[in-house]
Design a protein. Sequence first.
Length: 67
Amino acid sequence: MMKILNPGQVSELLQVKLSTIYQWTHQDYIPHYKVGRFVRFDEIQIMDWLKKGQCAGRNMRRPEIEL
């Protein structure tokens, strides 16, 4: 079952300011729904969006370069 979140819940989940959530919504940067004048988010879509931005990271140390 789809869990619907409000902007405050997404702000808390992502640990960013509420104003950032509204800015991202206005810029269509984050997946969202408009329900009348309200903005709502699907928790699964938010988690997928986060995973798409995930960096793989390094699996080994940088080689040391001697000059």
